[in-house]
Ligand binder design. Structure first.
Ligand SMILES: Nc1ncnc2c1ncn2[C@@H]1O[C@H](COP(=O)(O)OP(=O)(O)O)[C@@H](O)[C@H]1O
Ligand SMILES: [Mg+2]
Length: 377
């Protein structure tokens, strides 16, 4: 049986108060600690009593409400924001500030409220057996084979088309940063884990993410190369420990160089994607990586070969690739300079800007097969 959840509510309008009260009436296992209209009183009661869930109503995108939410989220409190606004910027801001749930006050509120409570309650009840995300590491046979493009587009597709909470972790310090590819300048990065106080890591973890959409977050590398040098596998481990239970899928974008971070990334993943181009050089490099993966204890069934730029002129065929590597080809992506370059220039994933193009369709196929565990015929 679910334990009783204590709830404290801040409302901004009498309409909001009525709506929230109606939702609460239909919910069992709740103890309402207070319904407050004064933000300072709400905040001090929250800090004193530390209820399980805080509900905020935000009427006119009030900065004072967001600031209170941010402060309380930093204290490790579970915050839910309700608003009539369905503006994506507002929703993202709430997630950046630390909201765990954002509910739009509309005709479906009652159902979405119940669902949100179930999600929050499950997370709390499962504290002892935290959910483990499926970790997928993506590495190139050699540099420049399209790992970062695949990572960003897979993350986009898995989060926004297949509705899984997805975290993209950029561990490739040598290549194009995922943040650049998404036209972002992250405010916070892995560095927080290098300097942060371990006690704070749990609340920090959520703040450190750059939210791209409600289901898609990025854990970016710092911009400065000297700062990147300070990131160790221990920081990555801390970040993953704190973020794991909040995501369904974690994608690790690795450097093709075998350094501390890429070895750690490979080591901690359940599924490996090895990206190769259909050329002899790429195959030779791919073979070396497969041998290393086997030495690290991976079963060959965990290694998924994805060919990028499959239809390039003079390219080797999939049968030749499969025979040389002694592994089946899991998926392939076409060479599509037009859409890939346009997406790079606009800072948006190909799968967002050109969902109908062949590259996007093939990414969808790979994403779907990864989630369902099936393979292409
Ligand atoms: N399928 C593709 N078709 C055309 N160009 C591609 C494709 N995939 C990647 N590229 C190009 O290859 C280059 C390297 O891609 P990137 O994803 O940064 O590789 P990596 O992360 O493996 O170093 C980029 O300039 C990108 O535009
Ligand atoms: Mg890269």
């Amino acid at each position: 049986m679910k334990s009783i959840q204590q709830i404290l509510v801040f409302y901004a309008s009498s309409k909001g108060k009525n709506t929230i009260e109606k939702c609460l009436q239909r919910t069992h296992y709740l103890e309402i600690k207070g319904i407050e209209n004064k933000l300072d009183r709400f905040e001090s009661q929250a800090l004193k009593e530390r209820p399980d869930i805080l509900i905020f109503e935000d009427q006119n995108n009030e900065s004072s409400v967001m600031s209170a939410l941010e402060r309380l989220a930093q204290e490790g409190m579970v915050c839910m924001l309700m608003s009539e606004s369905n503006d994506s910027e507002h929703i993202l801001e709430a997630f950046r500030k630390g909201a765990r749930e954002y509910l739009v006050i509309d005709d479906n509120l009652d159902q979405s409220f119940q669902n949100a409570l179930i999600r929050l309650t499950e997370k709390r009840n499962d504290k002892d057996q935290l959910k483990k995300a499926h970790r997928i590491a993506i590495i190139g046979a050699k540099g420049g084979v399209g790992v970062s493009h695949l990572s960003v587009n897979l993350a986009w597709t898995i989060s926004n088309k297949l509705h899984q909470k997805t975290l993209l972790v950029d561990l490739d310090a040598s290549g194009a940063k995922d943040a650049f590819m998404l036209d972002l300048i992250p405010e916070r990065t892995f560095l927080e884990f290098a300097s942060g106080d371990p006690q704070k890591h749990s609340s920090l973890a959520h703040q450190v993410l750059t939210h791209i959409t409600p289901n898609f977050a990025l854990l970016p590398l710092p911009e400065n190369p000297a700062d990147i040098e300070n990131i160790t596998s221990e920081h990555v481990q801390k970040a993953l420990d704190n973020l794991e239970s909040r995501h369904d899928i974690i994608l690790l974008d690795l450097s093709h160089h075998l350094n501390e971070l890429s070895l750690f990334g490979m080591d901690c993943a359940q599924t490996l994607i090895l990206v190769i181009e259909p050329t002899v050089i790429s195959l030779k490099a791919g073979l070396q990586k497969i041998q290393l993966m086997e030495k690290m204890g991976y079963d060959r069934t965990q290694i998924h070969i994805v060919i990028n730029r499959y239809n390039r002129k003079q390219a080797l065929g999939p049968q030749q690739v499969s025979n040389s590597l002694d592994l089946p080809v899991f998926g392939w992506l076409p060479c599509d300079e037009k859409h890939v370059t346009q997406a790079e220039n606009s800072g948006k994933p190909v799968c967002f800007s050109y969902p109908g193009c062949k590259y996007a369709k093939k990414i969808f196929q790979v994403a779907d097969m990864l989630l369902t565990g099936s393979e292409e015929d």
